[in-house]
Design a protein. Structure first.
Length: 78
């Protein structure tokens, strides 16, 4: 249960960081008109990955998929 709660915490932290940094990112690229497209793309990507992760966890086991997800999550922001 602690591992699942830690995984959910990482997802919530990821979404909080994106929401906070998005204003600065849009300001840096001077494209305020693209803000809605960026938010839509991020939400769509997040929504699509949930069923994929569910299918992979059925095939390979929830623990394996959770560990891979935790390992990949921090590396996609650097």
């Amino acid at each position: 249960m602690l591992a699942v709660m830690s995984g959910l915490f990482l997802v919530a932290l990821d979404q909080t960081i994106i929401a906070t940094a998005l204003g600065k990112i849009v300001e840096e690229f001077k494209s305020f008109s693209s803000l809605s497209w960026v938010v839509t793309a991020y939400l769509l990507t997040t929504t699509v990955t949930i069923p994929i992760a569910g299918k992979l966890s059925d095939q390979f086991g929830r623990r394996v998929v959770l560990m891979i997800g935790v390992a990949i999550l921090p590396s996609d922001h650097y």
